[in-house]
Design a protein around this ligand. Sequence first.
Ligand code: G6P
Length: 759
Amino acid sequence: MQLYVAFKKELENSPKIVYIEYMGRLLIISNRLPISVTRRADKVNFQASVGGLATGLASFRDSHQSQWIGWPGIAKDKLSPQQQDQIVDRLGEHNCHSVFLSAKDVRNFYYGFCNKTVWPLFHYFPLYTVYEEQYWKAYRNVNNAFCETIIKIAKPRDYIWVHDYQLMLLPELIREKLPDAQIGFFLHIPFPSFELFRLLPWRKEIIKGLLGADLIGFHTYDYMRHFLSSTARIAGAEHSMGSLAVDDRIVRVDAFPMGIDYDRYATAIEKSTVKKRLATVKKKVGDRKIIVSIDRLDYTKGILQRLEAFDLFLSQNPKYKEKVTLILVAVPSRTGVEDYAELRRQLESLVGRINGEHGTLGWVPVWYLYRFLPFEGVTALYNAADVALVTPLRDGMNLIAKEFIATKRDGKGVLILSEMAGAASELGEAITVNSHHKQEIIDAIKEALEMPVKEQIELNRLMQSRLCRYTVTRWANDFLEGLADVKKTQAELSVHKLTKSVREQLVAEYSRSMKRLFLLDYDGTLVGFADRPGKAGPDEKLWYLLQALVAEAQNEVVIISGRDKETLSYWLGDTNSSLIAEHGAWIKAKDKEWEVIEPLRNDWKDTIRPILELYADRTPGSSVEEKDFSLVWHYRKADSELASLRIQELRDAVLNLTENLDIGVFEGSKILEVKNIGISKGHAAERWMAKDKWDFIFVAGDDYTDEDMFSILPESAYSIKVGYGISKARFNLDSVYELRSLLEQLIENEKIRSYHVKT
Ligand code: G6P
């Protein structure tokens, strides 16, 4: 912890320092490498990829001895073996490693699943979304190919940071191969609401894939919220303050709004190349006002809608004719996808119409450039602009908006920003618009063109001060620090894990002892959870396991459950173990009949039952179970968000009615139970322990009702919680499977021992 504090301090004093000592190397994994390869006239060319991640992490990379793994941007089939070697060598010099993809993979993975399935769906364009089995197959294959490359490179202390929607299966694939790896995942696009995400036929696999990471990051709290809601509904994994228990790991989910390399943009104007380009633009435009619009040519960016608004702006405000120029830069992108080609056609015809209708001999209202602009060109335009029009229909973050503000050294200029961009939550001083509301954009353009300079400067300074603090370096540090934190929490929890040596000691004590008591919870401990409680009966293996355990003369086996006595008798009566039902209300010692532990009232049930039934009717998927001394509201199959709301209402309603009775309301695993306060597994366990002088006590459980047992045990008892989380049990085991295998080991050991004794 001290290290983190020291590190944080250092970071605050110098936002440039970037070495996190507690980690090994940083492996950055993204679809695109920071260097792109193209082929022209049979020759391969290398050029630096631009884009937030590659440029932003440039300074960061050196200090972390980072390695970057990704696709070089060209299909393998187009390259000779010599060219492939050339690429490997050249990229290797920059610590980059290529994952080569075939032309078919590029078609089905990149153009297919990435850009025709995930991209449109996650940006709320379900009608553009294509669901194709072969795309999905390619997506799986390519994620696997990335995994293979990574495991060849990764070393134990490395931090593996996977980026973006092209690689959502990768965290789990890496986890399978390297169970202890530190894996982070960051999504650069929006995570849609469950209503959209559920449309994806492979939604379960995607959620599972992402949950292989230790830390999952999003740009905004909204995306994080949507993801958590989908994990709860699809994988049944509920979070607590952004942490989820996945198998034996804690996974954290958090928001980290990505920043930019602030200084690079703020000082751009000092470059002579930028000054020169700026002068050229100014000279060409004259004293007209300039509005800039720069995007990848993508339907999510709202370029057509923006142009239509500019068209109407000119019609509604004739005084601005010949007084304003819109410079519209569309950077070619994903040209192999038909929707993008169609968008280009529509855009060009719209630009033509606007220029034709409004233009004059000396004035072209829209300057349209369909090309990639280098850093100098972009920053010259930002500097020249009076207004930046950034109105995506949906955008994960949008760094253009941030770059524009950072570039404005003199503070002059106005940003019009869509509220559908992630950046809107940080740039509250911009003029925000609903990008679907044309009149709002028109009014915003007018307001921006007429905003007093003093106000422009005031607003921009506020945004600048925020952006220069939370830079891309800071963002990356924050993320990696978060990842280190999760690993620390995981390590703390695993301290209680039943280690090999404790296990050996437990087995040895078992063998030595003569009077052994087993108190075993049933659901979640001996069997996993089922959709419907009635479906969780014992399988054959468990049945034999219990029989074998009971068969040892020294063993007393007690199943201690919240279930009703009829179910327990039906399922486990033949195993010859003793049974405790309804959390201790009923007891059935081996070979005896059921008896109540003490006289209990249940006349309160008539008052409470109608309330629970009302809630069951109002909450689809939930139901009421009646036991002799308790009433239970089950909601495992209900919508988790609705259920959590209902639970609070229900608890209040029941507590109001039971104030003067010995009745309590208890929350368990997807249940809310109303029962007599005096009843608990703890009391029942105490009674059983008092029955004899046990020299070996073994207690296993998984939820809060079992904590009552754990808390009354003598120190020497072996108490085991199945699963993770804070517990009074001395040890944790990962799963039902592990607990069963421990019990099997005890029996096996016994067999071997008695064999030796006999021979
Ligand atoms: C978005 C995505 C990136 C992607 C970039 C360019 O920003 O989040 O992952 O690399 O667009 O798209 P492209 O398809 O050219 O890689």
